[in-house]
Design a protein around this ligand. Sequence first.
Ligand SMILES: *Cc1c(COP(=O)(O)O)cnc(C)c1O
Length: 437
Amino acid sequence: MKAENKTITKEDLEFDKNHLWHPYTSLTKPLPVYPVASAEGVRIHLTDGRVLIDGTASWWSVMHGYNHPVLNEAIAAQTKKMAHIMFGGLTHQPAIDLGKKLVELTPEGLDAVFLCDSGSISVEVAMKMAVQYQHALGKKDCSKFLTLKKGYHGDSSGAMSVCDPVSGMHHLFQDFMPQHFFMEAPEKSFKEVLTGEEVETIERFFEENAAQAVAFILEPIVQGTGGMRFYAPQYLSEISRLCTKHGLLLIADEVATGFGRTGKMFAVEHAGIVPDIMCVGKALTGGYMTLAATICTRKVANVICNGEAGVLMHGPTFMGNPLACAVANANLSLLKNSDWEQSILNLGTILNEELSKAEQYPLVKAVRVLGAIGVIETTVPVNVEKAQAFLVERGVWVRPFRNLLYIMPPYVMNQTDLEHLCRMMVAVVQEETCFIL
Ligand SMILES: *Cc1c(COP(=O)(O)O)cnc(C)c1O
């Protein structure tokens, strides 16, 4: 039997509108969605024939481009062996190979790998690890987390509870969610240093709250969905130092930043620190399948396994799915065998050059670039529907939110495409109709 190969009809789109939830949208008043026929390299092909250069890498995930022959082959080859097998009591080559790669790539000391389904779940697992670790050490009456305002860690309940209380709309879920301790969001940008007073503020935050907490969870260097903010590495080194001093674990959520995006393999490397637990996801399979991992130190693993339960209390049905592991292996090999550092530098240079041209326009508040991430922050919120239509008309795909127009292109994007992409973003900020004034 041949696979279905038909085009999306008007009725299909009507069905989509009436029956399918899209991320953070209304089912009764949804924003328009653009039907996609296929994607290749850095290009998205719409069913109406229009072709868009993708600035989003499908939310940080597609590092080597769409429809990549090596990744296609990795999945195809694995389907012929087995698409899935349970990980309880069984193991397989793709999972073992991926485990080796993750232990090798991540900072020294992170060597116990828990494979899971998505970024949010990797955060849930990290949080459970931290609770089990501290309880095993006898700190039984506490299970709070310290974290940063303007953070984002996913949409499942535990992860949501450590997202920014305002942009994460904690008031909607007040009685449903555990309450944690939020430190003011870092104010010093990537290249700045902290004053003595700022360091003392962080110290005071620990002194006031650490006794009730098990861990500090943060996104290293880049606060993504909470505002696309890039902060000074010194925050990381101070927080890491204070976690050690107060006996807390440090969880680095590298779901967005991992695998080169910020110019280092992992963003914690900007500060030269090693967290106790690290979460990776998004780009792990190059955007092919959902897969994430929570990686902890031997010490954390040992303490958990000497605790009351004797085991880590987590085990999803699709844990270590062979198709996902196989494509992740191929993806990480491509990364390792590429000159990714140079690619990120080149993309960053173009992003700086092109996006800084937006600074002169009145609606622009700030332009910032780190690694292969480019952000235009505007003074007023973007009208997503209008801005997106404007950009699609001009052959680019960008997904703005709030007052942020930002891109994190696939690493393989060439200069011409990236310049076009940036120039269209600079064109948007000159169009008042694309904003909510
Ligand atoms: C996207 C993201 C998550 C959640 O990942 P999902 O795969 O969407 O569940 C968690 N943390 C960070 C930093 C993210 O950017």
